[in-house]
Write a protein of this length. Structure first.
Ligand SMILES: Cc1ncc(COP(=O)(O)O)c(C=O)c1O
Length: 379
């Protein structure tokens, strides 16, 4: 096996000298460079309108960096408050009719599975494809789609198993069999670590606080032109309406909505987080998503092999392209194992009967060796 050195030095992050950090799927460690970003934000925040305008300029640069990462134009990326809001935008915004349906799967993150919960009252069917031994089959998802499917909703990378769904295959399948169905993707466990092809989706949203290396409060969201034209807003304010400068001080009974990216931003996004995200994206793009993905796959294969040697039941896929940064195995008391590991200063995420080990660009073989050593010891 080749040796996997970190793609970003560990000392660029707070605290990595003290722990073996393998829980980016829960919370990423904090980039030391954010201290300078915060100082810059504090200076701009105190500098009146000129400072505000510069903050917005950096925000637009951030949209462009996000667009670069996802292969879409920056002006189609909005900053939502959380990834959860992305799916809810579609749930609230489409003109649902009785007999319509949504296709998703029964191993989904709650925000993807349940964004549609109120639609049952409107006669909309929620179709959940069942996982097959923790595997979600793209063809099984497509087989549930019919002419009344308004949305196919899925996480690109599963929070539970780390499976990296073939989003292009889903998009191609929809194009041939159900061209009016929207493809909505939660890329929270994909963005920043594996390739995300937002251009083939209608909505692609991600939290910022995991693999994108920023923090809570801002979730970049791509919306396709057709999804934009098919959805109605449900929250309006100064930021997403054509009030300034068109109307001046006085209000009129009617007002136009602004197009993307403002469309999804009724008020100010959390701009300090956008500035953190800008810095984090610059770091990620400098390394490049190709090398990061290869690195994550290498670590995942190594973790997987080690877990199997120890007799654990790994539920992450073994095909390389279906891997991600998350490698997961079943444990009856996952929270207890997480705590046992934490006592040894090894950080993972354990819940719902499985432990998730996450490897990102600052992890290396020594992190993998260390967790395997501790797991062998406390078995
Ligand atoms: C797939 C997925 N989507 C969304 C979230 C939560 O994101 P947010 O708090 O930004 O809605 C998580 C958190 O674990 C997740 O795993």
């Amino acid at each position: 096996m080749t040796s996997n050195e970190p793609l970003l030095p560990k000392d660029l992050f707070v605290g990595l000298e003290r722990v073996t950090h393998l829980c980016t799927g829960g919370e990423a460690p904090w980039l030391r460079g954010f201290e300078e970003v915060y100082k810059e934000f504090a200076r701009l925040k105190s500098d009146g309108l000129a400072g505000r305008e510069r903050v917005y300029e950096i925000g637009d640069e951030c949209r462009d960096l996000m667009g670069q990462l996802w292969g879409v134009p920056g002006h189609r990326i909005a900053f939502m408050p959380s990834a959860t809001e992305g799916m809810n935008w579609l749930a609230r915004g489409l003109d649902w009719k009785p007999g319509d349906n949504v296709v998703t799967d029964n191993l989904e993150f709650p925000s993807v599975a349940y964004a549609w919960r109120d639609l049952a009252e409107a006669g909309v069917e929620i179709r959940m494809v069942e996982h097959d031994d923790f595997h979600i089959d793209e063809d099984a998802l497509l087989s549930k789609v019919d002419a009344r499917t308004r949305v196919l909703a899925a996480s690109q990378v599963s929070f539970y198993t780390g499976q990296n769904l073939d989003i292009r295959r889903l998009a191609l399948g929809l194009r041939t069999s159900a061209p009016s169905t929207l493809l909505a993707v939660d890329a929270t466990h994909a963005a920043g670590v594996v390739d995300v092809s937002a251009a083939v989706t209608d909505l692609c949203v991600s939290s910022s606080y995991k693999w994108l290396l920023a923090t809570h409060g801002t979730a970049p969201c791509f919306l396709s032109e057709r999804a934009e034209s098919m959805t109605r807003g449900s929250s309006y304010g100064w930021h997403n309406l054509a009030v300034w400068p068109a109307q001046g001080a006085e209000r009129a009974p009617t007002v136009d909505e602004k197009p993307m990216p403002m469309r999804l931003e009724p008020g100010n996004p959390a701009m300090v987080v956008v500035l953190f995200l800008h810095h984090a994206l610059s770091q990620l793009l400098e390394v490049g998503i190709g090398p990061i993905q290869e690195h994550a796959w290498n670590l995942s294969e190594r973790i997987d092999a080690g877990l199997r040697d120890l007799g654990h039941t790994v539920i992450s896929p073994s095909a390389r392209v279906a891997r991600s940064g998350n490698t997961c195995f079943l444990v009856p008391d996952a929270a207890a194992l997480q705590q046992d590991l934490a006592r040894e200063r090894v950080l993972v995420w354990g819940e719902y009967g499985r432990v998730r080990i996450s490897g990102h660009l600052y992890n290396d073989d020594s992190d993998v060796d260390r967790i395997l050593e501790i797991l062998a010891k406390i078995r």
